[in-house]
Write a protein that binds this ligand. Structure first.
Ligand SMILES: *Cc1c(COP(=O)(O)O)cnc(C)c1O
Ligand SMILES: [Zn+2]
Length: 448
């Protein structure tokens, strides 16, 4: 295998390297985060056209494991994994659709939604977890004594970890903030056989605990400071460009919490540019919930300072993070991509999600944050009507039915503009006809 990848410290003054078989999450010399680096010279021996052809030939094929959206780009992800050790559920290859009607409503003509939640465990976390669990399987097969893989989670990470570990026959452990995640998110790791620890704290509290527990090297850490996950997640940007026949959109909007995914998005796009598959880069927008917006605050200060904050309860619970692990990587990405950060209040995110739903989407609250951010940037003239815009939808709305039910029953602590309550009626033809006449008339007049 001519291709090679390794861990490298992100600190420019350090750049220490480690083998991918090392159990390590931060640099031993300077404590900075690590990232996976590839032998780009080896990759460049195949020209851009040939890479594009290879990726196209593999896309959604049934050729194991290359039909997976992640493993179809294996040479760019983790080239040294033996196919026998790949733990894949055919992640990636998610649909990208033109949101024509919603775009018209909010004033943008060329708006596309990348549905990363239409995936095995219902969120984009699958893209990274397939890589991490495959690397663990490879290490175990080489005799490294790993007993279990653990993560702290706001819900989606634990669901993805549990499902990939179950597929591989590896024990998973998840630490969840008690009472702060949806029933669907809680039931996923339970069903997939994870050891579920429900703790009376928030995500940041779970994160501190899991870092202590995984100092014992027999329990492997699966949080996004583990840069293996970034390698899988970076395929999302590559896949979007591929789906547009190798044309780069103008703007990509992504909701951000721990900020691993935005750096992953940037990393995939930079790799495409470095290997000649694209010549221009999109602008990247990170959207945060106002109640957990430390990156937005830092952006307002031109990224000269960064202050972790106590995140408050938000409907967008997967991004309720006050002290994001990957902030340095995210800031670096935003500087490279002419980046913008926006935030959204609870009402803005809930209304944006609901308005999108009325046009045929089925949004999770985090996608609501991204859509609300888009609406704000259009109003502020920071995104132009004619631009080619992609919103990354990070999870499936069905994981967040509690949020949707509360909205449509108007049980949130703000007015829910697009609430659509069922009409309760006696089972009589007259009552039903009368109610329909009234309701249809009301909708017709509201529609203009
Ligand atoms: C994890 C997650 C995010 C945030 O991704 P980060 O890498 O933590 O910024 C956003 N939306 C959903 C649905 C998630 O599960
Ligand atoms: Zn270092």
């Amino acid at each position: 295998m001519p291709y090679r990848a390794w861990y490298q410290c992100i600190n420019e003054q350090c750049k220490e390297q480690y083998s991918l078989n090392t159990i390590i999450y931060r640099c031993r010399k300077c404590d900075s985060l690590l990232e996976v680096q590839h032998d780009v010279h080896a990759l460049a021996r195949r020209d851009a056209k040939a890479w594009m052809k290879l990726f196209e030939d593999r896309y959604k094929s049934s050729e194991w494991p290359h039909g997976s959206g992640v493993w179809g780009k294996k040479e760019w992800v983790l080239p040294q994994i033996h196919n026998d050790n790949v733990v894949s559920l055919y992640e990636g290859g998610t649909n990208l659709f033109w949101a024509e009607r919603f775009g018209k409503m909010i004033g943008v003509d060329n708006l596309w939604i990348k549905l990363c939640g239409n995936s095995h465990s219902g969120s984009f976390k699958d893209l990274g977890m397939t890589v991490l669990v495959s690397q663990v399987k490879q290490m175990v097969s080489e005799g490294v004594p790993i007993k279990a893989v653990a993560c702290a989670s706001t819900g989606d990470t634990s669901a993805a970890l549990a499902v990939y570990c179950a597929a591989a026959g590896i024990q998973s452990i998840v630490l969840l903030p008690k009472g702060k995640i949806s029933i669907a998110q809680l039931v996923q790791p339970i069903a997939n056989g994870a050891l579920v620890l429900s703790l009376d704290t928030d995500f940041d509290g779970c994160m501190r605990l899991v870092q202590e527990i995984t100092k014992d090297q027999t329990i492997y850490l699966a949080n996004s400071m583990n840069s293996l996950r970034i390698e899988g997640q970076k395929t999302v940007g590559i896949e979007i460009v591929q789906q547009f026949e190798w044309e780069t959109p103008d703007v990509i909007i992504i909701p951000g919490g721990n900020l691993g995914n935005v750096s992953a998005l940037g990393s995939g796009l930079l790799m495409m540019r470095d290997l000649g598959l694209i010549s221009s880069l999109p602008r990247i927008v990170v959207a945060q919930a106002e109640r957990a917006n430390p990156l937005y605050r830092s952006y307002l200060a031109n990224f000269e300072t960064f202050e972790p904050m106590q995140a408050e309860m938000t409907l967008a619970n997967a991004i309720q993070i006050g002290n994001p692990v990957s902030v340095e990587k995210a800031v670096r990405t935003l500087k490279q991509f002419n980046g913008v950060v926006v935030d959204a209040t609870e009402q803005e995110l809930a209304d944006a999600a609901a308005l999108g739903d009325t046009t045929g989407m089925f949004n999770c609250p985090h996608t609501g944050v991204a859509l609300a951010g888009l609406i704000k940037l259009l109003k502020a003239g920071k995104i132009d009507r004619s631009e080619h815009v992609v919103v990354i939808s990070t999870a499936h709305g069905l994981k967040f039915t509690d949020f949707k039910v509360a909205y449509h029953e108007e049980k949130l602590d703000f007015p829910c503009q697009y609430a659509n309550k069922p009409i309760e009626l006696p089972p009589s033809v007259d009552a039903v006809k009368k109610a329909l006449d009234q309701a249809l008339e009301k909708r017709r007049t509201a529609d203009v």
